[in-house]
Design a protein around this ligand. Structure first.
Ligand code: RRO
Length: 307
């Protein structure tokens, strides 16, 4: 039985249901040795800032049970080098590209949106309002409905492209539905969820936090039930809001959970570090999972767990 794996996120048609997750495949080029990146739903690039940035102190990664902590701190080349080197490679190779942006202030987000608006080859903009690895928790816009809406409204004003705007949400909130409502009111076309959870590991030989930045973002299978719960809650409250689901997806079976909870597409993140073919493999496995249950299209299972 052949299964139709095409889907969409608002106005963005996706030929495949699996995307990379921001921060887990840089700008896609390294993945090209493992498969045809143009056949993925999309590459979601590492969050880019206006200026180049060296990131946080090392060590920046720690293994945890069924997951890992990262404390990268938005390392990157800055938007101009990104456009010149990364976006041009993605465009030349026919890759559907979702560009993730991050700023320290609302004005920086707005400037990034303005700069990228007329750049060809951007299929969607993911506004990362939820990076856990910033100096101050006050800078995590996604933890406050007003700050989150402020950023999205500013981006919306500057974004002149027809490509959809997604907000990346944090799970580290009391009520993720209120944040989703808020960014929707401010004009997003969809949400990406979830970013990592704030965590910490202590090195008890040194009696100090293991990570150079002290805290880090927890990802991997350990967070999958949190992500599925968050997707389910937001889809229940806002069934028409497209959701790009992510958080610890390792197999097609895991991905199917997210679709049933209400995601329209999924991003594959941490697993890629150990299995770079995972974004393709998960799509193939999802096809088998759907076929064995008698479904002929992934679109038919979106939100089915809500019936
Ligand atoms: O760069 C990072 O440390 C980072 C970011 Br921008 C993010 O959104 N999530 C994360 O776990 N790490």
């Amino acid at each position: 039985m052949s299964v139709d794996l095409s889907t969409s996120l608002g106005s963005l048609h996706l030929k495949a249901p699996t995307l990379t997750a921001s921060g887990c495949a840089a700008a896609g080029r390294e993945l090209a040795q493992f498969g045809d990146v143009a056949t993925l739903g999309a590459v979601v690039t590492k969050s880019i800032m206006l200026q180049p940035r060296s990131g946080r102190a090392t060590p920046r990664m720690a293994e945890t049970p069924s997951g890992m902590l990262n404390s990268i701190g938005l390392q990157g080349p800055g938007v101009e080098a990104f456009i010149e080197k990364d976006l041009s490679w993605l465009s030349q190779n026919g890759v559907t590209t979702v560009v993730s942006i991050a700023g320290e202030t609302t004005a920086e987000f707005a400037e990034l949106a303005a700069r990228l608006s007329n750049v060809p080859g951007i299929a969607a903009l993911e506004v990362n309002i939820s990076c856990p690895n910033v100096e101050s928790r006050g800078q995590v816009f996604a933890c406050d409905p007003y700050a989150a809406a402020d950023v999205i409204a500013a981006v919306r004003r500057e974004w002149t492209s027809d490509a959809p705007v997604l907000a990346k949400l944090s799970p580290d909130v009391t009520d993720i539905v209120s944040i989703a409502h808020s960014v929707r009111e401010a004009g997003v076309d969809g949400v990406s969820m979830i970013n990592t959870l704030l965590g910490m590991v202590i090195d008890v030989d040194r009696m100090k936090p293991l990570l150079g930045g002290r805290t880090g973002g927890l990802s991997g299978p350990a967070i999958r039930p949190v992500a599925v719960r968050a997707v389910y809650q937001v889809h229940a409250a806002l069934p028409d809001l497209p959701i790009l689901g992510m958080g610890g997806i390792r197999t097609g079976h895991d991905a199917l959970e997210f679709f049933a909870a209400g995601a329209s597409a999924v991003s594959i993140g941490t697993v890629v570090f150990g299995d770079p073919r995972a974004p393709w493999r998960v799509a193939e496995e999802l096809s088998s999972e759907l076929a064995s249950r008698g479904y002929s299209a992934v679109r038919d299972v979106i939100g089915l767990a809500h019936r």
